[in-house]
Design a protein around this ligand. Structure first.
Ligand SMILES: *[C@@H]1O[C@H](CO)[C@@H](O)[C@H](O)[C@H]1NC(C)=O
Ligand SMILES: *[C@@H]1O[C@H](CO)[C@@H](O)[C@H](O)[C@H]1NC(C)=O
Ligand SMILES: *[C@@H]1O[C@H](CO)[C@@H](O)[C@H](O)[C@H]1NC(C)=O
Ligand SMILES: *[C@@H]1O[C@H](CO)[C@@H](O)[C@H](O)[C@H]1NC(C)=O
Ligand SMILES: *[C@@H]1O[C@H](CO)[C@@H](O)[C@H](O)[C@H]1NC(C)=O
Ligand SMILES: *[C@@H]1O[C@H](CO)[C@@H](O)[C@H](O)[C@H]1NC(C)=O
Ligand SMILES: *[C@@H]1O[C@H](CO)[C@@H](O)[C@H](O)[C@H]1NC(C)=O
Length: 408
């Protein structure tokens, strides 16, 4: 009698701890909803895939946890550590489409995430680099904004210890805060991602490999990425994006170039070969991958000159971010009027933005012509009403509206 009770108790305990723990259930639910977002309920674009919603759902329904049990391996596409924490997500070439999910940031124990060779769209989610406030929900659309989170009530997740590293992934907690700080390998190459490389990803301090090639990314590599000193030589790929341009952050180039000689000194000949390879790669990164000048660099420079001359009390110009295209398809700058065909700056509509200050005379160089000196063109539109600006009236070359002509 008693032994039977004990056995029952042990069975219940085992079910609770191994198969149907609340954390496992939450993690399973999160994973299935993420995969459903990415693959669609039909499961993939066409054909069949090793990783699919029906196999994950069947596993969950059978009470088989994502990291498996003593007799079953982890679900297809997952790898786990000894503590049953998910450390790897291998979803390359699995027919994924739709927006890249910001909610993947909840898998904070991830060491490797491979999403290569799919059809994933959207912009790289800044929250993967962590956010200070709570992200309100698991929005599956990549461009989750963290800028407004300080104004909202922070979620009640503050009590939960964010240092609980040993246990299961933090799928249970609502807010995303830490980001993917442990991530060593991130491969999103060969998709249809757009937008810029997020500045916040400079906090992915463990990153050793970052593969971003063959997408439709734009903008410059943020200077802040210079902190990614763990990136191994040759392990940052940015090619075949078309819109990526400008110089590689100087600090990052140095980090790539410096890593090898230090190794070389320690391990002799093999190290010297590695150093040579690393130097070649640094030169390649330096010389070919990011060779093109950003076509919008001069417009952006002039607009930032204007920005710095103005007091922007309401933050109306917060979208004027360094290293991004003022006429970007994904995040155009507020108040900048773009030529729809050429995607170049055609005017400014800053009316009613509560700006104050003195307009710099360089504004006359804006618009129209090419980036070279003396090629300043004509802004077709300049609307400045409803601000507290000087220079608009004072500068003879800068009328309140209409054409702006260079005067030098
Ligand atoms: C789903 O995955 C399982 C195993 O990973 C596989 O046997 C099955 O054929 C797949 N189904 C589809 C529709 O791709
Ligand atoms: C592992 O999970 C499978 C599927 O739910 C189950 O049949 C098996 O008994 C489990 N093994 C252990 C050791 O819990
Ligand atoms: C990705 O989507 C495009 C357009 O919908 C399609 O032409 C292409 O075949 C897809 N790629 C893959 C690998 O399925
Ligand atoms: C992101 O989500 C918001 C609201 O859910 C929606 O209005 C917006 O169109 C979405 N953006 C993209 C790129 O899907
Ligand atoms: C911030 O959030 C508030 C309330 O949700 C909203 O009214 C406001 O427009 C948001 N501001 C920005 C810059 O998104
Ligand atoms: C923040 O939360 C407090 C208490 O829950 C509530 O009284 C307050 O109205 C909230 N503020 C906002 C801006 O939601
Ligand atoms: C990078 O390019 C600059 C300018 O072309 C050059 O001076 C520098 O030596 C290059 N660095 C490497 C590591 O090739």
């Amino acid at each position: 009698m008693l032994p039977r009770r004990w056995r029952l108790l042990l069975l219940l305990l085992r079910l609770r701890l191994a198969a149907t723990s609340a954390v496992d259930q939450l993690t399973a639910g999160l994973l299935i909803s993420l995969l459903t977002d990415l693959q669609g309920p039909q499961g993939g674009l066409s054909g069949s895939y090793v990783v699919n919603v029906s196999s994950w759902s069947a596993a969950a329904a059978a009470g088989y946890p994502p990291c498996g049990n003593a007799t079953m391996p982890p679900w297809a596409g997952l790898s786990c550590d000894a503590a049953n924490s998910i450390v790897g997500l291998q979803l390359s070439a699995q027919g994924l489409r739709g927006s890249i999910p910001a909610a993947l940031a909840r898998l904070t124990g991830l060491l490797a995430m491979d999403l290569a060779l799919n059809n994933i769209t959207g912009t790289l989610p800044a929250v993967w680099g962590g956010s200070l406030g709570g992200l309100s929900s698991a929005s599956s659309n990549g461009s989750a904004s963290i800028s407004n989170s300080t104004t909202t009530n922070s979620s009640s997740s503050s009590g939960g210890s964010s240092g609980a590293s040993g246990g299961a992934n933090t799928a249970a907690s609502g807010g995303i805060s830490g980001g993917l700080r442990q991530l060593r390998l991130l491969d999103v190459s060969g998709n249809r991602l757009r937008g810029t490389l997020p500045v916040a990803w400079s906090r992915l301090a463990s990153l050793q490999t970052g593969a971003f090639h063959s997408n439709a990314l734009t903008g410059t590599v943020p200077d802040a990425w210079g902190s990614l000193s763990g990136l191994a030589p040759g392990r940052l790929t940015l090619g075949a994006n078309g819109g990526l341009c400008g110089p590689l952050a100087a600090v990052l180039t140095r980090a790539l170039a410096l890593a090898a000689p230090l190794e070389g000194a320690a391990v002799g000949a093999a190290g010297a070969a590695a150093a040579a390879a690393a130097a070649a790669m640094a030169a390649a990164v330096n010389g070919t991958l990011l060779l093109q000048t950003c076509p919008w660099a001069e417009s952006a420079r002039l607009l930032q000159l204007l920005h710095s001359a103005l007091t922007d009390r309401r933050g109306a110009l917060a979208s004027w971010v360094d290293g991004t295209d003022p006429c970007s398809a994904t995040a155009p700058w507020a108040g900048v009027v773009c030529d729809p065909a050429a995607a170049t700056v055609a005017g400014l509509d800053l009316a009613g933005l509560g700006l104050a200050g003195t307009l710099p005379s360089e504004l006359a160089l804006m618009g129209g012509g090419g980036p070279g000196p003396g090629q300043g063109g004509v802004l077709r539109q300049l609307l400045l009403d409803g601000n507290d600006l000087e220079g608009a009236r004072a500068g003879p070359g800068v009328p309140r509206s209409g054409g702006v002509r260079e005067e030098t």
